[in-house]
Design a protein around this ligand. Structure first.
Ligand code: UD1
Length: 422
């Protein structure tokens, strides 16, 4: 069943341990910026794209621009020779913040780009100031008016230091510079694995992007990019979510086709909590081997603990024998799932973006009830919470889940969960 037709809520039976092996999907956060770069190309084929609503929105946006082709069986195959420079209206940007990345790629191809103010998950204010200041510092004109942003330039040049290493701003500024008549240098860039994947992708098609040091890159403009076939890397966040599900349910889950080196901080946290973690070249297995211990986790830019794993680890914290402290340093409103966990019985005190989390004082632990999801990782975390609670949990608003997880319910059920669509 495609994510486009799945039900918006599920019923989760509690206390079902998960055991077994599961394959990691292609990375959402790699696939989206690759797709946003496609206006730089005439022809591409990208495989291992996960079947997610966000990926469908990106492909629909490219088709709206005039691309022809298909997205099926995980392969996006598009011809972009005749795309036009149309404004990316709020109809697209309200659905998906990543559509603001079209600013850079359309600017590079057409010298002008117009994009509606972006939407996305409700995880706090997500400004575009670094993207826009970057364009301006490199010589572009930026005009904000009537819900739109317009950027124009005859070719960027110069240097820009990102005030903080925003993933999206790094990507947008890379696209915008690919055809630049002279050199662009970006300092203090984001170094998430998805940035390296984008650089590899563009360079494989003929771009000239080099790392001066891990936090600085130089883009020397080229005339065109060649047609390319590319495989999206595995989704580190999905892999971690499945590992947490195994440990939380007192089971053991092995995820294959993943890159353990992308999950160093989250795996250290799992081990610190008392889980057994084993790692091979392209697999990770995490097992529950005894009561979990509370730990302190602070999210940050890569290679620190990712904000996209914060909600999942909070479930383990709500099961641990000793209290944990969880601090969210990247986004300012990513704790809404904690209210739901509290309704299930966990003891949680929130002070701004820091929370003390401990298990329920009730001997029965967390108790299933009706809970809502407010964002992508929160939705996955509420399903895990349902699997560890007594009784039955109904998790609602799964439209968020389908933005980032391809076959989450099916994968969990194959590992031993009892989850049914409503
Ligand atoms: C990407 C990921 C998202 C992840 C996030 C942080 C995709 C599609 N999304 O989002 O899953 O949670 O990285 O790892 O890859 N900021 C500004 N001004 C800006 C841009 C960002 O202040 O112009 C701030 C944001 O408010 C946030 C921080 O920088 O506090 C990080 O944001 P950023 O790295 O840009 O995240 P995204 O690229 O939107």
């Amino acid at each position: 069943m495609s994510v486009l037709t799945k039900s918006d809520s599920v019923v989760v039976s509690g206390q079902t341990p998960l055991f077994g092996t599961v394959t990691t999907q292609g990375s959402k956060n790699s696939a989206l910026p690759l797709l946003a770069s496609l206006p730089l190309f005439d022809e591409v084929e990208i495989a291992n794209c996960p079947d997610l609503t966000d990926i469908h929105v990106m492909v629909d946006t490219l088709k709206y621009l005039g691309a022809t082709g298909s997205f099926s069986d995980g392969v996006v195959k598009l011809n972009l020779r005749n795309i036009m420079n149309r404004p990316i209206s709020e109809e697209f940007t309200n659905k998906l913040r990543a559509s603001s990345l079209f600013l850079g790629s359309l600017l590079a191809r057409f010298g002008e780009a117009r994009v509606g103010m972006p939407g996305g998950c409700v995880i706090g204010s997500r400004p575009l100031d670094i993207h826009l200041n970057g364009f301006k510092s490199l010589g572009a004109e930026v005009d904000k008016g009537a819900g739109n942003i317009t950027v124009t330039s005859n070719g960027l040049e110069g240097q820009f230091t990102l005030p903080l290493p925003s993933v999206g701003a790094t990507q947008n500024l890379i696209y915008a510079s690919v055809f630049s008549p002279s050199e662009v240098k970006l300092h203090n860039i984001a170094i998430e694995p998805e940035i390296f994947e984008l650089v590899d992708f563009l360079n494989a098609a003929g771009a000239n992007i080099t790392f001066e040091n891990p936090k600085t890159l130089t883009i020397r403009g080229v005339k065109r990019l060649n047609p390319i076939q590319f495989n999206v890397q595995p989704d580190r966040i999905e892999a971690f979510t499945l590992l947490v599900a195994g440990v939380a349910t007192k089971g053991s889950v092995k995820v294959t086709h993943c890159r353990p080196e992308h999950l160093t901080a989250p795996l250290q946290a799992l081990e610190a909590m008392g889980a057994k973690v084993e790692v091979g070249d392209d697999w990770i297995e995490a097992s529950y081997i005894g009561p979990l211990k509370g730990i302190q986790v602070e999210t940050g830019f890569y290679p620190a603990f990712p904000t996209d794993c914060q909600q999942q680890i909070s479930i383990l914290m709500a099961l641990a024998e000793t209290p944990s402290i969880l601090s969210e340093k990247v986004f300012n409103s990513r704790f809404r799932h904690l209210d739901e966990l509290r309704n299930m019985g966990a003891e949680i005190k929130i002070n701004d973006n820091s929370a003390v989390i401990q298990r329920s004082e009730n001997e029965r632990g967390m108790i299933g009830c009706k809970v809502d999801s407010y964002d992508l990782r929160g939705a996955a975390s509420m399903i895990i919470a349902g699997m560890v609670s007594e009784g039955v949990t109904t998790v609602q608003s799964l439209r968020y889940l389908y933005r980032g997880y391809e076959e989450f319910i099916e994968k969990l059920n194959r590992l031993g969960a009892e989850i049914s669509y409503r």
